[in-house]
Design a protein around this ligand. Structure first.
Ligand code: DP6
Length: 327
């Protein structure tokens, strides 16, 4: 069999309404839908080379071989692709990201979206966006939202077949910017897969989940109407509810650092004075501060002036995952 190779890239995304908890962990079928914005420039580029000369799958991230656990997760994912393509050969996977991994910047989202596209292309399978989103979801839930560009909604679906992300609006619909206040770029102690396995222990999770359809609708409408005030209210509420669940899990998960709270408070104060800004935080200490493009420089300046903020990265609304080369 010839060597089958392809390279693809995908952006990370920031969830406005968060995914946290699965009703089926191995299939990654979530307990609630989620909404996100694709992040231009927070990108992972992945090459997959299937070759019958290989004994095992291998994984290199940013030029370094990875842990067995990371390679195993990729191998399990590649099994899905091998099954679809009817092939039984191993692959070399090399992945390069231009942002800190495992620090709450949704690195697994960009990684599995790029992998889904590169691996299917290398294996000679053509999937449509829904099919790619379903496949990426099996690697990491949030990855299903990085296949499409712009603003997307992962519909929880009734089962495996209809749990994938759909477009709410294309990138040019609303010129929002995510100004990411990095307070730490160290990998977090508890990854999101491990953290989510604890959701059932928080008494607040049931309330967060039952209220999700309401939050999804408010967020979807705020995006469609470009209503920043409405977006800010629902995005911050959703992030606060997520962290309330995390903090009341057993064992409790605290992803914030002191500087995380400093940024949250500064954002609230600035909004009260009229600046269109709101915060949202994933499973890590870094704070995603959403604003409108006209206020991006001002917002970056404000965040840089805060104690404990090491760096601020700016990400505009990004486009879809794309194939860079395929042989
Ligand atoms: C807090 O998609 O990383 O960022 O499916 O186990 O890989 P796995 O989890 P992951 O969880 C993301 C959690 C979140 C919220 C979100 O992005 O919706």
């Amino acid at each position: 069999m010839p060597i089958l190779k392809a390279t693809a890239s995908a952006n990370s995304n920031i969830a406005f309404i968060k995914y946290w908890g699965n009703r089926d962990e191995s299939m990654r079928l979530p307990v609630n839908g989620s909404i996100s914005m694709n992040l231009a420039g927070l990108e992972t580029c992945t090459s997959v080379t299937f070759s019958d000369l290989r004994q095992d799958d291998s994984l290199t991230i940013n030029g370094r071989p990875t842990t067995r656990a990371a390679c195993q997760r990729v191998s399990v994912f590649l099994d899905l692709v091998r099954q679809m393509a009817g092939i039984n050969i191993r692959a070399e996977v090399t992945s390069v990201s231009n942002f800190p991994l495992g620090a709450g910047l949704a690195s697994s989202a960009a990684a599995f979206a790029a992998l889904a596209l590169a691996a299917t292309k290398a294996a000679g399978i053509e999937l449509n966006e829904a099919g790619l989103s379903r496949l990426a979801r099996r690697g990491s839930g949030s990855a299903c939202r990085s296949i499409q560009g712009g603003f997307v909604e992962w519909q929880m679906g009734g089962g495996e077949a209809d749990s994938y992300a759909v477009s709410i609006a294309p990138p040019g619909h609303w010129h929002l910017v995510d100004c990411i206040a990095i307070v730490s770029s160290h990998p977090k102690a508890t990854g999101s897969t491990e953290g989510q396995a604890l959701v059932g222990t928080s008494p607040l999770q049931a309330i967060r989940v039952s209220d999700a359809p309401r939050r999804l609708e408010l967020c979807r409408n705020a995006i469609l109407q470009r209503d920043f005030g409405a977006l800010a209210g629902i995005v911050e509420l959703d992030s606060n509810m997520l962290h309330a669940v995390m903090m009341t899990s057993n064992p409790a998960l605290f992803y914030w650092q002191a500087a995380t709270l400093t940024v949250m408070q500064a954002v609230r104060t600035a909004r009260a004075k009229g600046l269109p800004v709101c915060y949202t935080i994933d499973a890590g200490p870094n704070v995603h501060v959403i604003t409108e493009a006209a206020e991006a420089e001002h917002t970056v300046g404000l965040l840089r002036s805060l104690s404990g903020v090491k760096e601020v990265r700016k990400a505009y609304v990004g486009g879809p995952a794309r194939v860079l080369s395929g042989e």
